[in-house]
Each structure stands twice: as structure tokens, then as C-alpha cells.
Design a binder for this molecule. Structure first.
Ligand SMILES: C[S@@+](CC[C@H](N)C(=O)[O-])C[C@H]1O[C@@H](n2cnc3c(N)ncnc32)[C@H](O)[C@@H]1O
Length: 511
């Protein structure tokens, strides 16, 4: 038996697989492709691998050949609650907000969730567990929870809902006890109520039509496609992301895995940070950001001289809608993640910060208003009020207060950063970029300012600038323990941010 695929066949097979499945085997992975074909050759009883490859490549690519290709070439790695911080964010913030928005529409509420590349079902079933906890009135909802995959065997296993211990790595034991029953052969069978929540179907993301109402891939509120695009060639991944954009509802969210962040086009998806993870919100009108709101900052002079800083820095969040509690950036020269004591003394500040972290914004506003009446303007108080207004959707008030904070202390990077976030939220990208530039200039060790500046530069097509910011952020993080929270980030860990940055940088010029 010939054990090697000929030199001619392997590039053909690689092209054929990329063209039909989207899965890319570049030359360094040809040995992997070779091993997969060897296994198929043996299992299917071909006399040699060349015969097997010829059979696979002979048109038409019917269901039988497709099943062989997917069986031997897809990666079936998955488990329940894969990426716990993501599921914490989904359960704690993302889904509750979506649910609230859908309830607010009136009528029978509807929620559409799609796990694309769902493998053996662990991902959509995890979502089912979360949604069951969040929707006590589940029967009153039109809930779509769809899992699609190209591999028919995976889908069959998903439908059965029976899992071995390996699917539960990193999962607290109560999950098995609460949602599964033990089978005679010591595996775990998912409870029927959860099984019925999810529908599974075959969908090839590289070739099948989507979005389409007929296969439940339109008007999606939450789309998870994790650890799938990373195996695709760049063209197929870009095509899939374009279609995901079209498949999402106007305010729909896309979740990919950290190694895939660099593939998501910044002109069509806006990055949003939830604690330790990033998700993407659809930007509805591609390439035409919302018109800039009136900019009350034209009067704020751009900083033109390097000031002497001691502990200025910004509180940072991926979006003003999700702002962090007060933590401060380290001064230049100090370890980048060391916290600082407050710069502006104000008796009410601690109470305001506590209320802010409980999301009691009305109380924060009341305390802040009183503090400002009783004493001189305090930057910390003003910036916390800015965040409250922004979180409550009052962008103009937030901008006006931010203006006041900057006027009080023009060399405080926090104010400029916050201004950048507000302008970003209002769609004024070039103006936001100028503010972030100020923030990075005033506090060169402001890790998140570099990170977000990089993302913004990427959205504006300035890839070289984006990469420079990301490299800066990576350098600043290089000495930090992985578990250290990134200052101003509402809990994003240094390790996680490092991982994101490494991925973004390793991707070269993003699409
Ligand atoms: C590594 S698993 C990811 C499973 C799950 N999303 C997770 O993150 O745990 C990758 C999945 O993508 C599927 N896949 C690969 N190519 C695909 C394609 N062209 N269309 C749909 N699914 C595909 C594979 O069959 C496999 O189940």
C-alpha cells in the first residue's frame, strides 16, 4: 500500500478541502492532512492513499464523500461552559440585557440564538442551561436555540445528548447533578427539557446559503461561532463574517474565540468588553459610522507639550455603557499594573464608587451633585458622573461633564480617554482618535488606551498605527502576572488581554 499522498495530490486535496469546507491546510499542516487521509484510507478499505484521494477528488462531491471529508478533517474539540468568563458575562450581563430589550418590544417576546459550528452540542446546550435560568417564563417566549455544524456524526451525538466525563472538564459538579442523569455505562444524559430547547441541523458555513429564514439563520440576536473560523482560509472566514453580519438582527451580537478576534472586521462590528471577555456588536450601516454628535470639545486645546505626570491615567472600559469601578493607572516608572491611591481627595468618592459598582447610578448622581455643590470641581467625581450619564444613555450630559473634567485638569489622561469613549459611542471616530492620542501621550503606560486606540485605528484602516498601539500594550503587559486585573478595565486580566493582543498581532493585517 502506498502510504504517502503524492506531491501533486496533496496541494490539490488541500485546495479542494479549502474550497468546499473552508478548512485551510497550509503547507506546514500537510503532514496532518496526510495522516487524516491515511486513517480514511484504512477505514474505508482503499488499497492505498492515492486511490482514496482520487475517490475524494472525483466529482461530484456527494453526501458520502462530504461525510468522509468532514469525519476525518474536522476538529471535534469542545466542552460545556468552554471559556467560563464568557458564560459568566453572558449570564450576568449580555443575555439579561438582550432579554430585557426583547421584553420591552411588547407582544410575545422572541429571542434567536445560533451556535454555528456547534460540534457535539456542548455549546448550545450550555446556552440552554443559561437561558433556562434566566427565563423563568420560558414557555411564554419564542425561543430559537439553533446549533449547526458540517459534521453529521457530531450532530447525531448532539441530538442524543449523552456525554462522557471529558465534556465536563472545568465544569463544577453541580452542573452534572442538576442537568443530567447518569446512564448505565456511566455517561451523562442531558435532561429532556434542555434537549428539547435546542434544534440541530447541518450547515456548511463555507458553501450553504445563509442568512436565510428557511434554515433559521436570519434575525439572530446572539451568534456564537467560536473556534471555527480559525481553521478557515482567510477568504472563507471573511465571507462567513460578512454573512454573519447580514444574519444578525440590528443590535445583534457576535461571539468568536480570542484567536479569532483579529479576523472580525472593525468597520462592521464594534468590539464591546464585558469583564474579561470581548464580544462584537453589529454596526448596522457598514462603512458609514453614525454622524458625529455636536462636539462640545472643539474648545478644548489639544495637549501640545509633554507634561510632568504623577499618577494620571484613565478609568477604562470597552464602552461607556460598561464602565469600571474606580481604579487608577500606575504612574510612569512604576510597575504598569500597580494601583495608586486617589489623587483627588473627596469624602463622597468612596461611597460614590461603591454605589457605582452596584449600578445605583441615581445615588451616584445624587452624591456627586452634592459633592460638586459643596466643594470645588473634583476630577474623580466628575468622571464618575460622566460614566453614570453615559451608562444611562445621556451622551450629551456625559460629554458636557467630561468637558468640565478636562477643563479642570487638562493633563489628566483619564478625561481624554473618557472623552474618546464617548465620541466613539457617538460614532465620531476621527475625533475619538484625537482624544485617545491625547490619553496615550499623557500616560504612555495606559495599557487599555493603547489597546482601544489600536482597535479604532484598525477600524479607520490605519493598520500600521493599530499594530504599533497593540505592540505598546503588549510590551506594557509583558511583566504582569497573568491573573492581574488590567487597571481601569472592569476585571479584564492581563493574561487574557495579552492573549488577545498576541492574536491580533499574529494575524498580520486584519481583513
Ligand atoms: C473546534 S469545534 C468548535 C466547537 C464549539 N464551537 C466550541 O468552541 O467549543 C469546530 C467545529 O467547526 C465545525 N466546522 C468545521 N468546518 C465547518 C464548516 N465549513 N461549516 C460548519 N461547521 C464547520 C467542525 O465540524 C467542528 O464541530
Amino acid at each position: 500500500m502506498t502510504t504517502f499522498v503524492s506531491e501533486n495530490s496533496i496541494p490539490c486535496l488541500s485546495d479542494f478541502v479549502a474550497g468546499n469546507l473552508g478548512i485551510y491546510f497550509p503547507p506546514p499542516r500537510w503532514s496532518e492532512l496526510q495522516r487524516s487521509v491515511e486513517r480514511a484510507t484504512q477505514a474505508l478499505g482503499f488499497p492505498d492513499v492515492e486511490a482514496c484521494v482520487n475517490w475524494l477528488l472525483t466529482p461530484p462531491l456527494n453526501g458520502e464523500r462530504m461525510a468522509v471529508l468532514t469525519e476525518y478533517l474536522t476538529v471535534g474539540e469542545t466542552y460545556f461552559f468552554r471559556d467560563p468568563p464568557l458564560f459568566q458575562a453572558l449570564e450576568g450581563e449580555i443575555l439579561p440585557a438582550l432579554i430585557q430589550a426583547r421584553r420591552a418590544r411588547g407582544g410575545r417576546p422572541c429571542l434567536r440564538v445560533w451556535s454555528a459550528g456547534c460540534c457535539t452540542g456542548e455549546e448550545p446546550y450550555t446556552l440552554a442551561m443559561v437561558l433556562k435560568r434566566l427565563l423563568p417564563d420560558l414557555d411564554g417566549w419564542d425561543l430559537l436555540l439553533s446549533g449547526t455544524d458540517i459534521n453529521l456524526q457530531f450532530l447525531e451525538k448532539a441530538r442524543q445528548g449523552i456525554y462522557g466525563a471529558w465534556s465536563f472538564r472545568n465544569v463544577p459538579p453541580y452542573i452534572q447533578e442538576r442537568y443530567f442523569s447518569l446512564t448505565l455505562d456511566k455517561r451523562w444524559q442531558l435532561n429532556p427539557a434542555l434537549r428539547q430547547m435546542v434544534s440541530f441541523s447541518c450547515l456548511n458555513l463555507a458553501a450553504d446559503p445563509y442568512p436565510a429564514a428557511g434554515n433559521n439563520t436570519s434575525e439572530i440576536d446572539l451568534l456564537l461561532c467560536r473556534n471555527v473560523l480559525m481553521y478557515f482560509d482567510a477568504g472563507t472566514a471573511a465571507m462567513a463574517l460578512t454573512r454573519f453580519h447580514a444574519a444578525l438582527a440590528e443590535d445583534g451580537l457576535l461571539v468568536v474565540s480570542p484567536p479569532e478576534f483579529g479576523m472580525v472586521p472593525g468597520d462592521r462590528f464594534r468590539m464591546i468588553q464585558y469583564g474579561d471577555c470581548l464580544v462584537y456588536r453589529k454596526i448596522s450601516k457598514a462603512c458609514s459610522p453614525r454622524p458625529a454628535p455636536p462636539n462640545p470639545y472643539e474648545s478644548v486645546p489639544v495637549v501640545s507639550a509633554q507634561p510632568t505626570l504623577s499618577g494620571t491615567g484613565g478609568r477604562v472600559a470597552g464602552t461607556p455603557g460598561k464602565t469600571p469601578s474606580a481604579r487608577r493607572l500606575a504612574p510612569r516608572g512604576a510597575p504598569p499594573l500597580a494601583p495608586l491611591p486617589p489623587r483627588d481627595g473627596c469624602a463622597a468618592l468612596a461611597e460614590m464608587e461603591a454605589a457605582y459598582s452596584r449600578k445605583e447610578y441615581a445615588l451616584v448622581r445624587e452624591l456627586g451633585g452634592r459633592a460638586l455643590e459643596q466643594g470645588p470641581d473634583n476630577g474623580e467625581v466628575l468622571r464618575l458622573l460622566v460614566r453614570c450619564h453615559a451608562n444611562e444613555g445621556r451622551l450629551e450630559e456625559a460629554l458636557s461633564l467630561c468637558d468640565r473634567a478636562i477643563a479642570r485638569d487638562r493633563v489628566n489622561a483619564a478625561g481624554h480617554f473618557l472623552r474618546g469613549m464617548l465620541l466613539l459611542e457617538g460614532g465620531a471616530l476621527p475625533e475619538a482618535q484625537a482624544s485617545f492620542r491625547n490619553a496615550c501621550f499623557l500616560a504612555p503606560d495606559f495599557v487599555l488606551a493603547h489597546f482601544i486606540s489600536g482597535d479604532l485605528a484598525r477600524r479607520l484602516g490605519r493598520i500600521v498605527v493599530a499594530r504599533r498601539h497593540w505592540r505598546n500594550a503588549l510590551r506594557l503587559l509583558s511583566e504582569c502576572p497573568s491573573e492581574a486585573p488590567v487597571p481601569e478595565s472592569e476585571g479584564l486580566s492581563a493574561g487574557r488581554l495579552r492573549e488577545m493582543l498576541e492574536t491580533l498581532l499574529s494575524r498580520g493585517a486584519p481583513p
